[in-house]
Design a protein around this ligand. Structure first.
Ligand SMILES: Cc1ncc(COP(=O)(O)O)c(C=O)c1O
Length: 415
């Protein structure tokens, strides 16, 4: 039987939530109706029927050029099916998950890894597991409500979401972004037996690399467990010849836990937490986000493992990409365009005034470029920035066109 009620009935009942007013008040026309994309996303993107040069893609390596990712995905689908069809606990994990988890543990230098449908769920699961209390049979229990977390203020939303239900000021503390002295000041004040420090490798808001080595030193000094969210660094930084080799080595050799995302360099979807075997085994039950939700689809897990393997065996793919990103950074500096002073592949261009940044975004689209803008509330008011990802598939002509366009706008806005 179909319902005869019109949708307006539920809208009326939703009035106390003020969703309609919230949507109405937002002047950014794509905020609530995401543009529709046709075809694969790459150096260009077809959005609402219009082709734009794409500086927004978080899967930036143009992997299909080097790895037959879609063929691996098809092979994985044929061999392992499309779904795990149940939870890890009731049915078990598929072979591709097992191989992927072993591969991630190996590449992060940890004993074991557990995968999640997304990196976001991995982060929420980590915080949940480290602060959970549960009693199973007599004698089988954990009691970790007294865990104290100290996180960089700018860590990803998913970490803050996980921390949300805990007592801020008692079980949760934030240190100023990338400020090790502030971290030390907070750690000196805390007297806790279970202390967890959370920081990121590359921060997605501003593209900076965290002072990982110094943060890990503070953890050692205070007996704290460390968790580094390496969503943006996984498989990018690491070998000696690349930027941040020292930080990447510290994450591998000294961090207790590492979170990785498969939606960035790997270009797929999924996430994992790697760490000591006993903790990761306990996370099966305690994280919640691995047990009470679907897993990564088997063909995605299969293709992710194949992709990690190809990137590890062909370092030139990432080396070339980093050289490409460094070239764009150099060219920006040559035209007196400031970028965040880090060597990360994410380029942040400070604009300042929120209205000017939003205006720039509209102009970019009119001229055929998709360039993300972070303005308030993503960053502080009037500290707006362009936050772009060079794509490995961008041609010189596309890069030059973007730089010429950027110069024109900056002149027009007098910045
Ligand atoms: C630092 C950081 N952590 C976690 C995530 C979430 O990862 P995923 O996209 O795999 O859910 C992201 C993605 O934006 C991120 O940048």
């Amino acid at each position: 039987m179909t319902s005869s009620r019109t949708p307006t009935t539920s809208v009326d009942r939703l009035a106390p939530w003020a969703f309609a007013e919230f949507v109405e008040a937002n002047t950014h026309d794509t905020a609530y109706r995401p543009p529709v994309v046709d075809g694969p996303v790459g150096p260009t993107i077809v959005r609402n029927g219009r082709e734009l040069v794409n500086f927004a893609s978080i899967s930036f390596l143009d992997l299909e050029r080097h790895v037959p990712v879609r063929r691996h995905f098809a092979e994985g689908a044929l061999a392992h099916g499309l779904s795990t069809s149940g939870s890890r606990m009731t049915q078990g994990i598929c072979r591709p998950h097992q191989v992927l988890e072993e591969t991630i543990a190996r590449h992060t230098g940890k004993e074991r890894a557990i995968s999640f449908a997304t990196g976001l769920l991995a982060n929420i699961g980590f915080v949940t597991a480290m602060s959970s209390s549960a009693q199973f049979d007599t004698g089988i229990e954990v009691s970790n409500r007294d865990t104290v977390f100290v996180a960089d203020r700018d860590v990803h939303w998913s970490i803050w979401k996980g921390l949300e239900g805990l007592d801020y000021g008692r079980n949760v503390h934030a240190f100023r972004h990338n400020d090790v002295a502030d971290l030390a000041r907070i750690l000196n004040r805390i007297n806790a037996r279970k202390l967890v420090v959370i920081a990121e490798s590359i921060y997605s808001a501003d593209g900076t690399m965290g002072p990982i080595v110094e943060i890990l030193d503070e953890c050692d000094r205070h007996g704290a467990i460390s968790m580094i969210d390496d969503a943006n660094g996984f498989m990018v930084y690491g070998p000696e010849n690349r930027p941040y080799a020292r930080e990447a080595a510290a994450i591998r050799d000294r961090a207790d836990f590492v979170m990785v995302s498969l939606s960035k360099a790997i270009g797929l979807e999924g996430g994992a937490i790697a760490g000591p075997a006993a903790a990761i085994d306990a996370f099966e039950l305690l994280s919640g986000t691995s047990m009470f939700t679907a897993a990564i689809q088997p063909p995605t897990a299969y293709a992710a493992e194949r992709t990690i393997d190809v990137l590890a065996r062909n370092p030139k793919i990432v080396d070339d990409y980093l050289a490409h990103a460094a070239r764009l950074r150099r060219q920006m500096h040559e035209i007196d365009t400031p970028t965040t002073p880090t060597e990360s592949y994410m380029l942040s261009v400070p604009i300042g005034n929120d209205a000017a940044a939003l205006q720039m975004r509209e102009w970019f689209v009119e001229d055929g470029y998709l360039v993300p803008v972070f303005s308030y509330p993503a960053v502080l008011r009037n500290q707006a920035l362009l936050r772009l990802f060079p794509h490995a598939g961008h041609t010189e002509e596309q890069m030059d066109g973007f730089l010429r366009t950027l110069i024109t706008y900056r002149r027009r806005l007098g910045i």
